[in-house]
Ligand binder design. Sequence first.
Ligand SMILES: [Zn+2]
Ligand SMILES: [Zn+2]
Length: 273
Amino acid sequence: MSASEKDRLDGAFLIDSHAHLELEPLVNEPEAVVDRASRAGVAAIITVGIDLEDVQIALSIAERFSKVFASVGFHPHNAKDAGHNALERMAQLAGHPKVVAYGEIGLDFYRNLSPQSVQKAVFADQLSLAKSLGKPVVIHLRSAYEEGLTMIEKAAPFPAGGVIHCFSGDGHDAMRALEMGFHISIPGTITYKNNNKLREIAADLPPDAILLETDCPFLSPDPLRGKTNEPANIVYTAKRVAEVRGTSVKEIAETTTRNAIRLFGLPGDTVGG
Ligand SMILES: [Zn+2]
Ligand SMILES: [Zn+2]
C-alpha cells in the first residue's frame, strides 16, 4: 500500500465487506491489521465467523475495534458440525450487537469438506434462520451456483437482502442473484490476469449492487498474489473495478461504501459523518 494508492481515494473510504480477521495469521496482530486498514482508507471491516469457536474469536475482535463488525454462521465446510443445538447457539450469538449479517452459508462442492447432502440441509436451515433473524444473508457458493441459487430462489424473498460473496459465477448467475435483490461482492481475484469473466461481470453490474471484499487472509490481489491478504489491500480491487467500469477509484469507493452501509445497517458515523 503506497501513499499514492490512498491519494487516489481523494478523501473517500472503502469497506471490506468480507474478511477473516479471526483466522491465522491475522488474528495474531489484529491491532496492526486494523491500523494499516485505517491508513489505507478502510472505514469498516466485516469479519466473518465460520463455526462456533471461530465466531467467538470474531466477536471478541469486533468488540475491541469500533470499525470491525461481524457476520456469523456455519460455513459449508463446517456444515457437518451444525446440528440442532449448534444452530440454536449460533442464532443466540447472532444477537450480539456487533453482528450485522448471517453467514457465510452456502454450498462448496469444490472442496466438499462436508458431505453435499449435509451442506444442502444445513444451508436450507440457515437460510430460514437468517430470515427469521431479520439479518442480511452472506452467501458462499463454489462450484455450486446452479444448486445454490435454486435453493435461495426457493427460500426467497429476503427482505433484509443479502450478498453473494467472492463472486465466481457467470453472467446468468449474477442476473439471478440481482433479480432477488442480492448484492454481488467482488474479491481480489478480479485483478488476476486470466479473470476476464469476473471483469466483464463487474463492468455490467448495476452500481447499487456492488460490494468489495478481500476475503483475507486468502486471495491477495495482484501485485501481492501469494502473500497473506489483509483489508488494506482492498484498494487494489477498488482500482481494478474502477478501471473496468471506466470510472474513478473515488467514485467506486463512495458507491460501494454506501451500498455496504445500507445493506449491513452500519452506523451513520462509519465514514466519519
Ligand atoms: Zn467464502
Ligand atoms: Zn469467507
